[in-house]
Design a protein around this ligand. Structure first.
Ligand SMILES: NC(=O)c1ccc[n+]([C@@H]2O[C@H](COP(=O)([O-])OP(=O)(O)OC[C@H]3O[C@@H](n4cnc5c(N)ncnc54)[C@H](OP(=O)(O)O)[C@@H]3O)[C@@H](O)[C@H]2O)c1
Length: 268
């Protein structure tokens, strides 16, 4: 088996994995074959990473030893039908689509295949991604590790049972969108109070990065860290009360549940 990684689809998520992987230098450009109908994307990637192979014909990536399908969930079935004859039995097929179950994808191949269902996120672009992996029954431990190595090169990974994949999708696949909304809103508030826009984004981003790292590294419960910022009768607790009144936490809890349910609908 060769050492190649094929990508079908090089949009937001596929592109982030490709760029994170090749910028990090853990894989050589010549190991990577990328297929996408958009010539401009392929040209951009070739310029950034000379030596990669690109094509608009998906069959070119289908022979890779690890094949990452990075198209929208609605396009999977058509792409699998198009390439399934060219995909070798020993190829490890990696899906990154929200909601699509191993059973469904396996059914589209029509025969037993080595499939790893994953859920990455766009911070992979800067090697700060978070990816969950769930191997199908045909995947051996070493094969799962080979896929995990790709995603470890662009961030952290966790192996999960399939019944948790939809909830995980909200928690880490979709949540960057909500964090970006939070950052935008923080900056809007600061701009309203006179801080220049660019500076507001810079400061808000660092505040969020620092807070997230503090949770991850201190091991303290987030509520304890929140309490430590809130002096009695102080300014922060004033804003905590405002956020509670506006339903801040319950809105997020509901958003996660709605997102999980929607992912479940995609797989149904
Ligand atoms: N975006 C995220 O944050 C995120 C996070 C986790 C997982 N995902 C998953 O990642 C997958 C891709 O999402 P995305 O946001 O990257 O979508 P996207 O930006 O639209 O990228 C998909 C790419 O695939 C191309 N494509 C369409 N039909 C194709 C075909 N038949 N063969 C080959 N390439 C084809 C698209 O080209 P055209 O634009 O010309 O159609 C586009 O360049 C989805 O399954 C999604 O659930 C996304």
């Amino acid at each position: 088996m060769n050492n190649t990684i094929g990508f079908i689809g090089a949009g937001n998520m596929g592109g982030a994995i490709i760029k994170g992987l090749l910028s990090g230098g853990t894989r050589s450009s010549s190991d990577v074959i990328i297929c996408d109908p958009r010539e401009n994307i392929l040209q951009e990637l070739t310029k950034a990473f000379p030596g990669i192979q690109t094509d608009t014909d998906n069959a070119k990536a289908a022979g890779a030893s690890i094949l990452i399908l990075a198209v929208k969930p609605q396009v999977y079935q058509a792409v699998i039908q198009e390439i399934r004859e060219q995909v070798k039995p020993e190829t490890i097929v990696v899906t990154i689509a929200a909601g699509l179950t191993l059973k469904k994808v396996s059914g589209w191949f029509g025969e037993k295949r080595k499939i790893v269902r994953t859920m990455p996120n766009t911070p992979a672009l800067i090697s700060e991604g978070m990816t969950a992996l769930c191997p199908g029954p045909e995947v051996e431990e070493g094969e799962l590790r080979a896929v995990q190595d790709i995603f470890n090169a662009v961030g952290k990974t966790v192996v999960l049972p399939e019944h948790l994949m939809d909830a995980y999708t909200s928690l880490a696949g979709s949540s960057p969108a909500w964090v970006f909304m939070f950052l935008e809103a923080l900056a809007d508030g600061a701009v309203k109070d006179g801080i220049p826009r660019a500076l507001a984004y810079e400061i808000a981003s660092q505040a969020v990065i620092g807070s997230a790292r503090l949770v991850a590294q201190s091991g303290k419960h987030p509520a304890v860290l929140k309490d430590e910022v809130c002096s009695p009768g102080g300014i922060t607790i004033e804003a905590v009360a405002t956020l509670e009144e506006a339903g801040f936490r319950s809105a997020i809890i509901r958003a996660v549940s709605d997102c999980t349910a929607k992912a479940g609908e995609l797989g149904a």
